[in-house]
Design a protein around this ligand. Structure first.
Ligand SMILES: [Zn+2]
Length: 437
């Protein structure tokens, strides 16, 4: 048995913090300890107490004065888009046709997929993200590359081969049957292997024929424990085109409803321009609206109405995500900084505790993985991020005037990025200091 004892200031959430003073919503230890055995947290609390349980010969790693939090979770990203990020001058549909689809054709080549999967998960770890819900390309080999790399690192990741059979170049199309068969084979091979989870992944309504959405719905019925991920209501031109393609259905959300794709593990990227009927339907189904602020700003898609979705009578479950490569940063700290601004433009504020809840426990609940990750609870997997609020000269200077934990978290969110991530543990293994670069 491998055991390590981590020491530092520990912070983990018990529930959504209603206000900035809602202390019962989180657990904070100014001198905390985490005892990890075989990749799981077996003791947590005040260092003096945890240390007693550690016993002789346990390696101790002292991270004081840094913060130890559950590793960040990114609920929506596209691993084949690392060389699409920072593409100039387009809205969603042009951006897909001009940059993204041509780039994703390269993932026919398994070697390319393996290289990018490795570099993508390096970026996740570098930025403190220990779980990501990832879209692969349409090619089965891209999902194999992603899962092999993720499994090798023992990360808990959710991913799926994109299903798309129309309105895109030949090199990124499957067929209803091949999309079903490839997904099925990948589920058999990877779902539940180590920490890997499969997500049925029809890209979005525009690139799937009704026949393909039927097949995606069949996969959801056959595998009710799987996630389903897709895009919904991101951009006005996208919505209009979807309405043309599915004129008999009530609205965009109804496309996914009609084919049986809305459930409690359905991750719906964007959800910006929803009608009240659509929001009600998503709430009734228990599906998750995924907030991708850097992407929504970059592509000029619109402002996600976070606080209204949370507080409406039929509230929505919400996750937050980078949406790389429409998104502009791999960092969940940068993502929540932009998220704060989007919410401010809607006339509301997200306080720092709510923000860090969202990055950790909130996203874990939204992804239905909170029994395993997203907290520092006993018997969960030891996925942990170590944060340094004095990581840069500007942060160090600002820290001179900071007095509270809330202020420190807000500084980390506002000025922090991968430099503020001192270490990352993946199932108890130091993963950031382990990386080649
Ligand atoms: Zn996306």
């Amino acid at each position: 048995m491998t055991s390590i004892l981590l020491r530092g200031r520990t912070l983990s959430f018990l529930r959504w913090p209603e206000t900035i003073d809602d202390h019962a919503a989180w657990r904070y230890e100014g001198d905390g300890g985490l005892l990890i055995r075989d990749g799981r947290i077996v003791a947590a609390g005040a260092y003096a107490e945890v240390e007693k349980q550690a016993g002789q010969g346990v390696e101790e790693i002292d991270h004081r004065p840094h913060l130890l939090l559950p590793g960040f979770i990114d609920a929506h990203a596209h691993f084949p888009q690392m060389q699409v990020i920072a593409s100039y001058g387009a809205e969603l549909l042009d951006w897909l046709n001009t940059y993204t689809f041509p780039e994703e054709t390269k993932f026919r080549n398994a070697q390319h997929g393996r290289r990018i999967a490795r570099l993508f998960l390096d970026e996740m770890v570098r930025h403190g993200t220990t779980t990501v819900a990832a879209y692969c390309s349409v090619h089965k080999a891209s999902a194999e590359a992603f899962f092999a790399e993720s499994h090798h690192r023992n990360m808990l990741n959710i991913a799926g081969k994109v299903m798309m059979d129309r309105n895109a170049p030949e090199g990124v199309l499957d067929t209803p049957q091949s999309g079903y068969d490839d997904s099925k084979a990948l589920i058999e091979e990877w779902h539940g292997k180590g920490r890997q989870l499969y997500a049925i992944t029809p890209r979005f309504a525009i690139t799937s024929s009704p026949e393909q959405l039927e097949m995606a719905g069949a996969l959801c019925r056959e595998h009710p424990d799987l996630h389903m991920q897709t895009h919904l209501s991101e951009n006005h031109a996208e919505i209009a085109f979807t309405r043309e393609l599915y004129p008999q259905l009530r609205d965009y959300t109804d496309v996914y409803e009609h084919y049986g794709l809305l459930g409690k593990r359905s991750l719906l990227g964007h959800c910006i321009h929803l009608s009240e009927r659509e929001a009600d339907a998503i709430s009734d189904a228990g599906s998750i609206a995924v907030f991708c602020p850097t992407s929504n700003l970059f592509l000029g898609s619109g402002l996600f109405d976070y606080q209204r979705f949370r507080s409406r009578d039929k509230a929505l479950r919400i996750a937050a995500a980078t949406d790389v490569g429409g998104g502009t940063n791999y960092s969940m700290l940068r993502t929540m900084d932009e998220g704060y601004k989007v919410i401010a433009l809607n006339g509301e504020k997200l306080n720092p505790f709510q923000s860090f809840w969202q990055l950790t426990r909130g996203n874990a609940e939204a992804l239905s993985v909170v029994e395993k990750v997203g907290t520092l609870d006993l018997d969960t997997d030891a996925d942990i991020v170590v944060l340094d609020a004095r990581a840069t000269p500007a942060m160090r200077l600002r820290m001179e005037t900071i007095e509270t934990l809330a202020e420190e978290l807000f500084l980390l969110q506002t000025l922090g990025d991968d430099r503020a991530v001192r270490e990352v543990y993946v199932a108890g293994r130091a993963a950031k200091s382990d990386m080649a670069t």
